[in-house]
Write a protein that binds this ligand. Structure first.
Ligand code: DI6
Ligand code: FE
Length: 414
């Protein structure tokens, strides 16, 4: 480290989430962190901190510093809401029944097509702000409520625009293969032609998509159709992610692993063979307990087997108007423990290190290590176990985005 740095944070405990440091949190107690040019340039025990001066010094007052949280799976740009569908489901109809009767995703497609770019943006802002207030510094946002060229691009442009106005990184996925639009009823293969020949090339051409996602499920697209989407993404040079085995086993995970997908998401119905295939791959298992909870599912993903096989497990909100209208990644950490049996340390790894990997971004974020971007959160707590344990009152004291303070109660207090 040079003697001068932009920011020095001392008197903290660091939950680095660095697997090279022992213990689930990669904890360094009584630590200091130095930042220059938006990146971490030194991190270690405060006693070993070299002589240096800093433009800004923050006394962490014995609080814990974690990596910025990463929500690696959201659908947070959409029009309208589905409160009436919530009532129908409470009355006993299933998610699939509502979807098959023209509600569900297609109801949001109608509202998203009808919304202006301005309206879409305005509706997305409070959802993004809710995540950011919890220390989220990177958010993945999917399209998938347009299902035709213009609206898919409108959604992706809205996601990009959010990043221009808020101190957060937005990563986009084109999910044009989310549902069959009504105008293609009975012609799913022809819709996949449209996705591969028009929508994905246009999204890639305008650099609006960082990845390609698809919904491989009986109410959406078959493995064969999804394979065509994967082939197209590969030609365009885009990585893929797959909504897999959420409601039944379809073979989506095997397909995704073979394609070298970044992640398989949901995976309540994966088999032992799928777990073994994931363990051999670089593909991350993304767990979405909020959708499990909202749909009142009973089948949980096989966390013990995933853990025993060493498959990295990310946790995300799946924030969307149907299966998870819950804009809280902290709540997902709590649900990941209570419903799926994650440990609190696994829950934090799930929204940091593993989430970065699920986005193909582990070279730049997801843990506190020299060389990574200084996306960090200072929490007023005496143990990081509290992050998954409690929700609502334990909030960031300070949020750093690329080394700049962008939020937290310390800032609000002035
Ligand atoms: N799986 C989900 O959980 C969301 N999409 C998907 O493919 C649900 C989207 C919605 O109901 O609007
Ligand atoms: Fe989803």
């Amino acid at each position: 480290m040079t003697e001068r740095c932009d920011l020095l944070i001392t008197n903290i405990h660091a939950a680095t989430m660095d697997p090279a440091i022992r213990g689930g949190y990669g904890a360094v107690e009584d630590a200091a962190v130095a930042v220059t040019g938006g990146k971490i340039v030194w991190l270690g025990s405060r006693k070993e901190l070299p002589d240096c001066s800093a433009d800004e010094v923050v006394d962490g007052e014995g609080q814990w510093l974690t990596p910025g949280l990463i929500d690696c799976h959201t659908h947070l740009v959409y029009g309208g809401h589905r409160a009436s569908e919530f009532a129908r489901r409470l009355g006993g109809e299933s998610y699939e029944e509502v979807a098959r009767s023209g509600g569900g995703i297609l109801s949001t497609v109608r509202a998203t097509r009808a919304a202006s770019a301005e309206q879409l943006y305005a509706a997305a802002v409070p959802r993004l702000q809710a995540l950011m207030s919890e220390g989220v510094t990177t958010v993945e946002i999917k399209s998938g409520y347009g299902l035709e060229l213009d609206t898919e691009l409108k959604q992706l442009r809205t996601a990009r625009r959010l990043a221009q106005h808020y101190p957060v990184e937005i990563v986009t996925s084109c999910l044009a293969a989310h549902a069959l639009p009504p105008e293609y009823d009975g012609r799913a293969d022809e819709y996949i032609d449209l996705v591969c020949e028009r929508i994905l090339p246009a999204a890639a051409g305008e650099q609006l998509a960082d990845a390609v996602d698809m919904f491989c499920e009986s109410i959406a697209f078959s493995v064969k159709q999804c394979q065509r989407v994967i082939d197209c993404a590969k030609k365009l040079g885009l990585p893929v992610k797959v909504h897999a085995e959420q409601m039944a086993h379809t073979g989506a995970t095997a397909m995704a692993v073979k394609a070298g997908a970044l992640s398989v998401d949901h995976i309540e119905y994966i088999t032992d063979m799928d777990v073994a295939a994931l363990a051999e791959s670089g593909t991350v298992a993304v767990l979405l307990p909020g959708a499990f909870y909202t749909l009142r599912e009973t089948r949980t993903p096989p966390v013990e087997k995933l853990r025993a096989s060493g498959v990295p497990m990310a946790l995300a909100s799946d924030l969307n108007p149907g299966s998870c209208p819950l804009a809280s990644l902290r709540l997902m950490m709590n649900m990941g423990c209570n419903f799926f049996g994650l440990t609190p340390a696994e829950a934090l790894a799930g929204v940091t290190r593993a989430a970065a990997r699920a986005l193909g971004l582990s070279c730049s974020r997801g843990s506190l290590r020299v060389g990574l971007r200084a996306d960090m959160v200072l929490w007023p707590m005496d143990t990081p176990d509290r992050l998954a344990y409690e929700v609502g009152a334990l909030n960031p004291a300070r949020v750093f985005f690329a080394g700049k303070t962008v939020g937290g109660s310390d800032v609000a207090a002035g």
